[in-house]
Design a protein around this ligand. Structure first.
Ligand SMILES: *Cc1c(COP(=O)(O)O)cnc(C)c1O
Length: 384
């Protein structure tokens, strides 16, 4: 059996080697290492794929979030609501821009930001909501957009973990994750669902004016050469990374389907176990039917009940099965983001999730034999 990995980028590369190599080689030949034709090509292809008017490539997902917030003109003291249970990048850029992060609790079944918690956190100073589409599935965007409209707030979607996912409205209409709010931000970090071979990111929007503003911000606040109208940053997707993404984007749907197939097999193996709760998907079809991609399983995350999670992690590692705990500490308890406004009882779900969650290997190359070994090892450990 092939060694089990959390993410198997080498195995994936083997299937697209010629396309990736020739795409990278082209950049080396044309030497347009920055802002080359590959970057423009990728931007257009991603706009078409997502069905969004503007994609602005940038250097990484953290920059994408920061630039989105700069583009919206958020100012010191503005409150920005986001989830307590996410990767730190989301809250980091809020704090970095001297905005006021307001962390709120999430849903225990799908790990996404809780709508009632958002409602309770809205004050006259609230200016934006940043839903994170955690582990590959959209937050409740319909409810979030309604709240935003009612309170005149911006919505910035952190789509680093859900590229390619569909969001399905209650009337059945489907749109791509990241294209619903005022602006979406994503990451092409190698392990993400669409990863390059280094750092990369992008910002999406359907708003022409905002797209114009953001294109200047990513380029030192320049709208005309050597005229700096606003304070900007230098954040570029380099041409070699764009070349890799050009070779991989045509496979994104197939890759996401492979993740869904692995998720379905995991679900089947744990079916009926009281102590293992498989990830809940919002749609009846489990988001893994042939007609929708409502969950693209960036992570496959279980909750265990009445099981010593940390002992399970140790047992898996001893058996050469990698696994992860995303995330082990709520953001509101991280030293950098401590704030006396936070009340422990408001974070009941996140405080519990950090003790219960365990993410299993999830990538495009998992085979049946590997899934069988992973699931039987877990089941044997739990059943003793
Ligand atoms: C990966 C990630 C980011 C940051 O992306 P980088 O490209 O690593 O900067 C932001 N938010 C979430 C939820 C992520 O998973």
């Amino acid at each position: 059996m092939k060694k089990i990995q959390m993410v198997d980028l080498k195995g994936q590369y083997a299937g697209i080697k010629d396309a990736v190599n020739s795409s990278i080689q082209e950049v080396i030949e044309n030497t347009a290492f920055v802002n080359g034709p590959e970057v423009h090509k990728f931007q257009k292809s991603l706009e078409d794929y997502l069905g969004v008017k503007h994609v602005i490539p940038c250097a990484n997902g953290t920059d994408a979030l920061q630039i989105a917030m700069m583009g919206l003109g958020l100012e010191q003291g503005d409150e920005v609501i986001t989830a307590d249970f996410t990767f730190a990048a989301t809250v980091e850029v809020i704090a970095l821009l001297k905005l006021t992060p307001v962390l709120v609790d999430v849903n225990e079944d799908n790990f996404n930001i809780n709508i009632e918690a958002i409602k309770k956190a809205i004050t006259p100073k609230t200016k934006a909501i940043v839903p994170v589409h955690l582990f590959g599935q959209c937050a409740n965007m319909e409810a979030i957009m309604e709240l935003a409209k009612e309170h005149n707030l911006f919505v910035i979607e952190d789509n680093a973990q859900a590229i390619g996912a569909d969001y399905k409205y209650s009337n059945g209409k489907k749109v791509k994750a990241g294209t619903i709010g005022n602006v979406g931000a994503t990451s092409f970090f190698p392990s993400k669902n669409l990863g390059c071979y280094g750092d990369g990111g992008a910002i999406f929007t359907n708003d022409d004016d905002l797209a114009h503003t953001i294109r200047g911000i990513v380029n030192h606040g320049m709208y005309e050469r050597y005229h700096h109208d606003v304070v900007g940053v230098n954040s570029r997707l380099d041409s070699i990374q764009a070349a890799v993404l050009n070779a991989k984007l045509p496979h994104l749907d197939t890759y996401n389907k492979a993740r869904q197939t692995a998720a379905r097999k995991y679900n089947a193996a744990f079916k009926g176990m009281d102590s293992v709760i498989t990830p809940k998907t919002v749609n009846e079809c489990d988001g893994i039917c042939d007609t929708c991609d409502c969950h693209v399983f960036h992570q496959y995350t279980l909750r265990v009940k009445g099981v010593d999670r940390d002992a399970l992690v140790k047992h898996l590692n001893e058996n050469n099965i990698p696994c992860g705990v995303y995330y082990p500490i709520p953001l509101h308890k991280q030293k950098a983001y401590l704030d006396e406004r936070y009340v422990e009882s408001h974070f009941e779900v996140t405080n519990q999730l950090v003790k219960d969650v365990i993410s299993l290997p999830m990538h495009t190359e998992l085979d049946d034999e590997q899934i069988e070994l992973i699931t039987t090892t877990i089941i044997k450990f739990i059943n003793g």
